[in-house]
Write a protein that binds this ligand. Structure first.
Ligand SMILES: [Zn+2]
Length: 409
């Protein structure tokens, strides 16, 4: 069995999800916000919209950052109407290809090795609870439409044998069923099998002022210290760690089945860096909160100034993090008339949760040539600016984070 606190209950949370400590400190209160992934349909514009508390807490004991409210999984990850698709982001597809190449070589994987990806979305053998699973199945990837747990792990083991490698990119921070998932990993993995998890990284979030990674799906934002604490409850050793650039900075851990495995120096080195960077100290989080408040004032002031001068501004791309950013900034369609997305996005024709800004085809940018374009997917600012310029966009760009920047075109 797993410790009781590794099954996070729906509703208010007052203990650390990793170490069960009560020494939690409020870092940011982002107000009550709507569900980040429930993009609003036209019909729903006339209906009430549910909001949930969105607060960022830091645990003094293990240095995890977590939310203090857990929303029911079936509400958060609906079996229908989930609109996030990995495959539409070209940079992400490239990134995942590189990741699989590096893992295949590090662990010397052969064709008969079983690799399982959890939260596989649209694209290896996947376990994915939302409707995106059907799209993956159609494109020939063996996908199980369900949440990963011990039962599913046993079924996969029955049918395909044990796995050499299990990956989870951007899902391990989301799960309320932490204990169930880790025991499932143990069930499915071979004796020397490895679990690879990649998530947002607390150090990057703090150093980059990236408060927009805080949304209801991200129950936890891990430090390495907290991940080591988490796996210390189970039959696993964190044997290696890497940092990457995805989502504006991520941490990739290698958790090998079995206790007391040999550990790469990367682990001690990164722990030392975390300590040195101050993420084990409360003062760092106070500074972070001040920086976020300033970022809000700077952003709103700039947009108001643009409006005052009679210039036009449109936002581009609607990543999930944009929901937190615009709702916390309190910016609605009076200031930003629309958000443009690429033509293949499932979000076209829908509205931003909370602020109800319409999401439209990015052809509009080229046609209207606004004075400014706000890049809400600021973590992909460079490639997006290149693509839009190549299509003939002449607008100036506003990059909202980590520090607001106007880029002349
Ligand atoms: Zn803790």
């Amino acid at each position: 069995m797993y410790p009781e606190h590794h099954s996070v209950k729906n509703g208010h949370i007052d203990k650390c999800q990793v170490c069960n400590s009560s020494k939690l400190h409020l870092v940011l209160d982002l107000g009550h916000q709507p569900l980040c992934c429930s993009v609003v349909t036209k019909e729903k514009l006339n209906k009430p919209e549910v909001t949930y508390p969105l607060r960022m807490y830091w645990c003094e004991e293990c240095s995890v950052v977590q939310l203090d409210y857990c929303i029911d999984n079936n509400i958060l990850y609906p079996p229908q109407n989930y609109t996030y698709k990995t495959g539409i982001t070209k940079e992400l597809v490239e990134y995942l290809n590189n990741m699989s190449k590096s893992l295949v070589s590090k662990y010397n994987l052969k064709l008969d090795d079983l690799v399982v990806d959890i939260g596989s979305n649209d694209g290896i053998l996947g376990v994915e609870p939302t409707n995106i699973a059907e799209m993956a199945i159609e494109s020939g990837i063996d996908t199980i439409k369900d949440f990963f747990n011990v039962k599913i792990a046993s079924e996969i083991k029955e049918k395909y044998g044990r796995a050499s490698l299990i990956t989870a990119t951007n899902v391990f921070a989301h799960m309320a069923t932490i204990g169930e998932v880790i025991l499932g990993l143990e069930t499915l993995l071979k004796d020397d099998g490895v679990f690879i998890s990649e998530t947002h990284y607390l150090l990057d979030v703090i150093q980059g002022g990236q408060f927009d990674t805080i949304y209801h799906e991200h129950l936890r934002t891990y430090s390495l210290k907290s991940l080591i604490k988490l796996f210390s409850y189970y039959n696993f050793t964190i044997t290696d760690v890497e940092r990457g650039s995805r989502y504006g900075g991520n941490i990739r851990i290698h958790a090998t089945k079995g206790r007391n495995r040999p550990v790469s120096d990367n682990v001690a080195n990164l722990l030392a860096l975390e300590e040195k960077s101050g993420i084990y100290k409360l003062g760092t989080y106070k500074n972070f909160a001040n920086r976020v408040n300033k970022a809000k004032i700077d952003f709103v002031s700039l947009i108001l100034k643009i409006k005052e001068e009679g210039e036009s501004v449109i936002a581009n791309s609607c990543p999930t993090r944009a929901v937190t950013l615009l709702n916390y900034y309190g910016v609605g369609r009076d200031l930003i008339p629309c958000i443009t997305e690429q033509p293949t996005s499932l979000r076209l024709g829908l509205y931003l949760p909370g602020k109800h800004i319409p999401i439209v085809n990015n052809e509009l940018l080229i046609k209207e040539q606004p004075d400014y374009v706000i890049l809400l997917a600021w973590h992909y600012a460079e490639p997006i600016m290149e693509q839009l310029k190549a299509r003939g966009l002449k607008s100036k760009f506003i990059i909202p984070l980590p520090d607001i920047k106007v880029v002349e075109n």
